[in-house]
Design a protein around this ligand. Structure first.
Ligand SMILES: Cc1ncc(COP(=O)(O)O)c(C=O)c1O
Length: 360
């Protein structure tokens, strides 16, 4: 073969997708397994979103509305942010890709926490730029250490708020101090995929910074609290000088029709969102109580998942799998003692803890 990709593409470690549940069950000889591994919404999609999908299904012979007209207006009403300050994506992943495509080139650097969401590193590498990984400190994002890594090559900083996989937040005070130390030309991406779940009142309130600081990009998603992960839809808020550039690199029909209408309907489904938040918060509190009783240490979390110290994560992961419970081992994230549990339905959480007690 004579085809050749640039070195920086060939060197990327590809994202390894998990197997379909049915396949895994067949291989393991198990049935009725539960997946508490990908921080999804266990309640399913919002009923209003499902009704919207059914209604729009007959129209999928047409191309989607390329500007996301209805959804951006709905978001604009909800957050009081003009549509021109928004970009929609095929998941928030897609917007991460637009940012790295629009703003990074070989020789540039982008700073990110480690461990955190894997796609930052991959997308920065795809752009031929250099990811600069800054280790967490006490399981939380270390803004001081990130500031110290800024050089004249730095173009972008990713901050995950709350962080995946640790569930930690950033306080308003720490963020203000951080911003003062970051040069004017550096874009600060606040990835708030789990923001709806936050209960800590000292948490950074990102939207207030958007109006006063043109460097800030806020990314959000319908994949988690809104239960639409499979439809792939996320959104970003930012200054028009950034959004106008992202629209240049965005695929014209990047968000499909069903996703746009489902998301618009989901924003109106307050009932579903409230149910989801109550379920997750009760599930977290229940988990803390059980873990305290079991004498296991864990990281209290502001998201819909939590990390639990089980000793040998890979082994416990495998043994839980044999019990039909799928979680995530944190070994590849640099925490070989921890698994990450996504909060599920009450019955699923109970089943997880029964299985955990058994395998330990
Ligand atoms: C921190 C973080 N950001 C972004 C995403 C991706 O979200 P989306 O489904 O909108 O692409 C995830 C998904 O797990 C995530 O954990």
């Amino acid at each position: 073969m004579k085809v050749q990709a640039p070195e920086y593409i060939a060197g990327i470690k590809p994202y390894v997708p998990g197997k379909p549940m049915e396949e895994l069950e067949r291989e393991m000889g198990i049935r009725n397994s539960i997946k508490l591994a990908s921080n999804e919404n266990p309640l399913g999609p919002s009923p209003k979103a499902m009704a919207a999908v059914q209604k729009e299904l007959r129209k999928v012979n047409r191309y989607p509305e390329g500007g996301g007209y209805y959804l951006t207006r709905k978001l604009s009403e909800k957050y009081n942010i003009p549509p021109e300050n928004m970009v929609l994506g095929n998941g928030s992943d897609d917007i991460i890709g637009m940012l790295t495509k629009a703003f990074l080139q070989p020789g540039d650097e982008a700073i990110m926490p480690f461990p955190s969401f894997l796609m930052y590193e991959i997308m920065v590498q795809v752009a031929g730029a250099t990811p600069v990984m800054v280790p967490l400190s006490l399981f939380a994002i270390d803004l001081d250490a990130m500031t110290e890594m800024v050089t004249e090559k730095t173009r972008m900083i990713f901050i995950t708020h709350p962080n995946n996989p640790t569930g930690s937040i950033i306080t308003e005070n720490d963020f203000c101090a951080f911003l003062k130390r970051i040069p004017e030309q550096v874009i600060v991406v606040l990835d708030e995929a789990y923001i709806e779940f936050v209960r800590d009142s000292s948490s950074l309130y990102s939207l207030s910074h958007l109006k006063t600081d043109a460097r800030i990009v806020i990314l959000r998603t319908f994949s988690k609290a809104y239960g639409l992960a499979g439809l792939r839809i996320g959104y970003g808020f930012m200054d028009t000088r950034i959004s106008s550039l992202l629209h240049r690199v965005r695929q014209p029909f990047n968000v499909n029709t069903l996703a746009q209408h489902a998301a618009t309907a989901a924003l109106d489904d307050i009932d579903f969102l409230e149910k989801t938040l109550a379920l997750v918060h009760d599930g977290l509190d229940f988990s803390y109580t059980v873990l305290d009783r079991m004498g296991l240490s864990y990281l209290p979390s502001q998201a819909n998942f939590l990390m639990i110290n089980v000793g040998n994560a890979d082994l416990v992961f495998q043994k839980l799998l044999q019990e039909g419970v799928i979680v995530r081992s944190m070994t590849s994230y640099g925490f070989p003692d921890y698994i990450r549990l996504t909060i599920g339905l009450k019955s699923e959480n109970e089943r997880f803890f029964k299985a955990l007690e058994k395998v330990l």
